[in-house]
Design a protein around this ligand. Sequence first.
Ligand code: ZN
Length: 334
Amino acid sequence: MRDFFIFNGMRKITLNFSLLASVLLVSACGNSQSVQTAAPVQTSLNTNIQQGDVEELLNYLSSDELKGRQTGTEGIEMAAQKIEGIFEQSGVQEYFDSYRHNFKIDGVEGFNIVGMLEGNDPQLKDQFIILGAHYDHIGVQKAIEGDSIANGANDNAAGTVAVVELAKKLAEIDDNKRSIMFVLFSAEEMGLQGAKKIAKRLKEDDLDLYTLFNFEMIGVPMKDKDYLGYLTGYENSNFAEKFNEYSGKKVLGFLPQAQEYNLFKRSDNYPFFEQFNVPAQTISTFDFTNYNYYHHVADEAEKLNVGHMKNVIESVIPGILKMANTPEKEIKLN
Ligand SMILES: [Zn+2]
């Protein structure tokens, strides 16, 4: 309150007037409720994500019913319909004629799921940010202890849930100057095929892509880190630095193993970097020591930390919104 009075003369007058009015009201009718009407309006961003929604979608996508979401199967069709239903309910728009971008790979029919929120600035809306995650997995594998379904909870139902929840939340907040596209990639496990197809298509459409932010394996927290998730290709751009500045905290960091194993080239961000030559990077919290079920039939929902997932999703919202709203493109390749 002290800063308020010292630095804002105009509001001091308004507030004093309100206080005076309240005092008069209180003394007139003895109703202390009137004092509360003079309180300033709260304008802080509501980033609250429902943990129950995170859990429900994670459980569905990684249930045995979906049989590991292999591209071209009934299981991935069910995952797609679930995501499309949520997009529709939340007011997420179609980018193509439907939420699907169809392609064929080695005789297999695949489709990415694509939604968007058009920007509200007449100029900046032609620039796009893509939030992505692959929603396919490796399907049915050789049985281990009677279990043959690779449920792909961490890889990558977790990232899929993040992008779907972000779509819902950003639609609700409805305050993006640039357009935001949400892409759930298929055929990642067949060699980033879905991402390659749509990156090529969007390049042909001459899309003005600002950045791509991809979510992979965010289901378990890392230990002893001063940041929440690492960014692949950390050293290629100022993405992490600007994002942390926008967020007011260290959301993104550098993991040496990510560089060592060249993870930058091992997920769906990479085809976008190749096509567009813009910052296109992946956040992950899988650090090679905190999860033993990579591409294993035991990669199941019960092994994940839903509170951590909620935290990751909530923590990236301010950075994404700021990225969507700065007058200039501040995130650049080095
Ligand atoms: Zn995988």
